[in-house]
Write a protein that binds this ligand. Structure first.
Ligand code: GAR
Length: 204
């Protein structure tokens, strides 16, 4: 079955741009079928529309988490999505959503998990004084920034790094890492064994 990706975002759409490019160039055997956002001004919506991809903003105000996620699931299902990709999506998904797309929802976090879960991983890394941080692409489970890891890429923290400089280097790494991780996940016949994602075919 062809992989149809549904992207959910609150953000600028930096990762989305590279995922769409990877799919359109043939590097990624998948199509970005739909983009959903919880922020009216999300850059991801603009990028999707420029690329001719179906894109919707849904306002979460006044809805419970479960009700809001019903709206998302309905649109993802109608678009035939079989892989959900989160790019800077800042809401926690409901248990029903996680069950519906179990082991088919992927997130990117800007740190080497399990370090620096939650908000502002760049500042957490700078404050802690680590020499290396990076990015993690992982399956989404019931806990925030916690599910089985698909791929990680380290990024060195430079002497005198500022938040902005570190963020720029980590995000540059993310733009390569997310398409790599998706390719591996789609082509590598993954199995989830406990906390581990095991690939029958290792291609990257
Ligand atoms: C990325 O850096 C991603 O790692 C981060 O949001 C940014 C989204 O950028 N995600 C999180 O912090 C989630 N915990 P983008 O909208 O330009 O792709």
């Amino acid at each position: 079955m062809a992989t149809r990706i549904g992207v959910i975002s609150s953000g600028r759409g930096g990762n989305l741009r590279y995922i769409v490019e990877a799919a359109r160039s043939g590097y990624l055997p998948a199509e970005v079928a739909i983009v959903l956002a919880d922020q009216k001004d999300a850059g991801a919506l603009k990028i999707a529309r420029e690329q001719g991809i179906e894109a919707h903003f849904f306002d979460p105000s006044g809805l419970s988490r479960a009700e809001y996620d019903e709206v998302l699931m309905d649109h993802l299902d109608r678009a035939g999505v079989n892989l959900v990709v989160l790019t800077g999506y800042m809401r926690i998904l409901s248990p029903a959503f996680i069950r519906h797309f179990k082991n088919r929802t992927i997130n990117i976090h800007p740190a080497l998990l399990p370090a620096f879960r939650g908000l502002d991983a760049f500042q957490q890394a700078l404050d802690y004084g680590v020499k290396w941080t990076g990015t993690t692409i992982h399956l989404v489970d019931e806990d925030v920034d916690h599910g089985p890891i698909i791929h990680q890429v380290p990024v060195k923290v430079e002497e005198g790094d500022t938040h902005e400089r570190l963020k720029a280097r980590v995000q540059e790494a993310e733009y390569r890492a997310y398409p790599e991780a998706l390719k591996l996940f789609i082509e590598g016949r993954p199995k989830v064994v406990g906390r581990k994602v095991v690939f029958e075919e290792r291609r990257s």
